[in-house]
Design a binder for this molecule. Sequence first.
Ligand SMILES: [Zn+2]
Length: 351
Amino acid sequence: MQSSAGIPAAILQLPKAELHVHLEGCLTPELIVELAARHGEKLERRSVEARYETKTFAEFLELFKWATLYLREPEDYARLAEAAALRMTEENCVYAEITLSAGVMLLRKQNAERNFAAIRERVARATAAAERGLRIQWIFDAVRQFGAEKAMDVARLAAEMKSEGVTAFGLGGDEESLPAADFRKVYDYAEGKGLHRVVHAGEMGGAEAVRDAIEILGAERIGHGIASIRDEKLMELLIARDIPLEICPKSNVCAGALSKLLGVTDARIEHHPLREFIARGVPVTLSTDDPAMFNTCLNDSYRAAMDKMGLSAAQMVDLAEASFRHSFLRDDEKRNMIADFRAETVRLGLL
Ligand SMILES: [Zn+2]
């Protein structure tokens, strides 16, 4: 075991998997200025940054809508994907399941196939030289408040693009807008097409939203799910079925979910229930959600879990490995990645 000062650094050096990150959430203020300029609009960096100071979920959704207005052509998406992938390789991320808001592309009548082709091509080029490589699979996400019909369009697109690396169908947006039952047919369709299923639930909504995501929609992983901490039986269900909560601590602070959960106005990351979930044996993974919009990154999430939530080195290693274990990789690939991960923990003196 390393000296205590060396442990945090070694944890950050571990190869990591990122399972809950929205490509559009990787739009930094700098990139917005660049993309706006591509389209002939001059934006001041400082005024863009001011928009990023969100404190509530409504403000965050507003920012997401505004920022993505600059994603107009395949080249915009390609540029964003390149920047996001490079950032991930810098953080020792070797595997990512990146969520693409295909629902927003369809809403804006964009050619989603062309956008996706440009993204894949540029990411492959950008990561070719990465020392550890970056394997990516994609999750196509529908926007809940747009309704089931639009969600079905996204599920169909995801099924068509499965051979191009789309592994799952997801539902995001305002989880309190429409009930899970509205989307049952869409999830049944996705399952029938061999897609994995994820749902954002229990972020702004309550524990029942998580239960519905599992029992009505067959979710295999839950985006956020922090409201589960309020429901003992639900936590037992998550443990029994080995369904992980994809925990994104900084997102929960910046989008107001943690304050809502705790019934306060200024919840801090120290108050996050991640540690309690781990203590109770609830499966969890650690992610960023919308790193640029919440001014965070994968290593920041790991740092916060150690420094602010007091997780031990052994817990951090387990948490990092959990992202590989709960990934939608094929079994043989998963085994190989976990073997590499374990070899690195030994090499870094963490085991
Ligand atoms: Zn999310």
